[in-house]
Ligand binder design. Sequence first.
Ligand SMILES: CCCCCCCCCCCCC/C=C/[C@@H](O)[C@H](CO)NC(=O)CCCCCCCCCCCCCCC
Ligand SMILES: Nc1ncnc2c1ncn2[C@@H]1O[C@H](COP(=O)(O)OP(=O)(O)OP(=O)(O)O)[C@@H](O)[C@H]1O
Ligand SMILES: [Ca+2]
Length: 559
Amino acid sequence: MEKQPRLLASQLLLKNSLFEVSLNRVLLTWKEIATKKKRVSGGIHHPFKVGTSHGVSVSEILAVRELDVDSETKDDGRWQKMPQKSTEAYPYAFTVSYVERAWQHRWRCSDVTFHCLEGALCQQWVQTIREQLTALTSRPKHLLVYINPYGGKQQGERIYEQKVAPLFTLASISTHVIVTEHANHARDHLRTEAELKKYDGVVCVGGDGMFSEMVHGLVSRTQRDNGVDQNSPEEKLVPCTLRIGIIPAGSTDCICYATVGINDPVTSALHIIVGDAQPMDVCSVHHNNTFLRYSVSLLGYGFYGDVLADSERKRWMGPARYDFSGFKTFLTHHYYEGTVSFLPATDILGTPRDKTRCRAGSRCFICQHNGQLYSEDAPEICETDTDVSDSEYKGGWRVIRGKFLAINAASMSCACPRSPKGLSPAAHLADGTTDLILVRKCSRFNFLRHLLRHTSKYDQFDMNFVEVHRVRRFRFTPRYCQSDSELDLRENGKRLFSQICRDHPACSCSPAYSSWNCDGEILPHAAIEVGVHCQLIKLFARGIEEQPVFEDLPNPCVV
Ligand SMILES: CCCCCCCCCCCCC/C=C/[C@@H](O)[C@H](CO)NC(=O)CCCCCCCCCCCCCCC
Ligand SMILES: Nc1ncnc2c1ncn2[C@@H]1O[C@H](COP(=O)(O)OP(=O)(O)OP(=O)(O)O)[C@@H](O)[C@H]1O
Ligand SMILES: [Ca+2]
């Protein structure tokens, strides 16, 4: 690495030991200097350096402040005796707060306090570090924050007040906080009212559903401002400039898991403060040339659609509702007939079954390579021939007919506490593709084996009833057409199982349609068309850091 010129270097006191402290544009380092003398050749005594050198990257310094040492040594106007004689001789001090890496991708705020001999030197250190921080232009200064008080275990407001707000204050970030009053409050406020020019980013405190509101609000607003018609599936969407931060307080928090590595509010707050940026793909979902929704994590028909539909009626159970409904849906073992057509991603690096993982975001080689390939063009549209056999290619599209227990499109790994490696462990955040997973009708026992593999090191795709394709676009058409009246009823949240089963000649127990689980929201339409928009949004995140970064280099790192 190119050697950086030193901005400051001084001998300062830290916990009653003398340290050589040095600052350049990239690093703040400190190394202990021994006080005892060492005899060297020629009989001259020199102080010698002991201990390891510590370093913290300037980009991970959160704040610096002068310490009022007097107030530490005075009590009711009377001088107290300093605990250590050496600190007495260094009466001025400043504290640097910085990011420290903890276990399992967690970040924590750590403090180090240096004592100086003179006030002027102390001020020079504080001022120089402040100038360095001001020069970091990617850091947000003003944020718009939405809190869902009812997400997850209903702890959103407490989490924000106790864990996040103090960190934003420390980092001199000003905030405008809105506690949502109803579902879609944040989405509609972002889409129509919010004065976005005033902010460097938007933050949601909640789960994947709240994040989805942010995405819908921001993407729709950006398209409207740029005259783009969201109803046209062929339209190239305009990327959003504002970054989105997520303080996890939901039930699944899979976006946090995939973009930061853990669902921990302090970690996410620190990623926001240091101004990380992680690009992310967004899928648009259409039905008959009408825009339905955007998706960033899972689009699931069959199993995950049914789990969600059932779990929505059990919100009162909190996060446990998914396990309850998952068990129930597993026992019902419904399958659905239809045709899946998809446009495979060609010329890309990586496959859904390789061992590479999307790591440290914008530096992920696969996201960089494939992102460049796909961010230039709108997703191609090709017409498919509907009269095809079970599986064939038509105009670059592949068409597969069958009976499916689940059709899942994972635009990212979808790792979460239930499945630490996720639905598609090798999926990438920003490569312009989604992994289409088709689970055909099989026995309950085999489906259970497939599900269990999401929780172990074994490959969930290595089963003859499962296939996975990395795709740019896909469509699903159920075998039996949904009537408009049936759709209306579904849209209004009513269930129509008896009628669906009567209309379904193939089987007496499996209904004709499932619903799509679109990032945790139910879509009533079974027939949909999906296209991936490469790197449409940016998050305050950096992707999952490789674990060795923490294991080899505890922070402050030994340099
Ligand atoms: C036997 C254990 C097998 C465990 C298998 C676990 C696989 C879990 C994979 C989870 C993938 C989550 C994808 C994320 C989707 C989010 O956009 C969305 C919004 O937050 N969350 C959900 O829809 C929430 C979806 C939550 C789905 C939970 C499914 C739980 C299945 C339990 C099956 C039990 C069978 C037991 C048989 C004895
Ligand atoms: N004030 C509110 N009252 C009721 N619902 C709200 C409110 N604010 C937001 N919502 C809705 O609550 C739903 C769930 O929120 P959220 O995503 O925060 O938690 P979750 O569903 O528990 O977590 P996850 O999405 O991770 O499973 C979202 O769809 C959101 O639109
Ligand atoms: Ca992707």
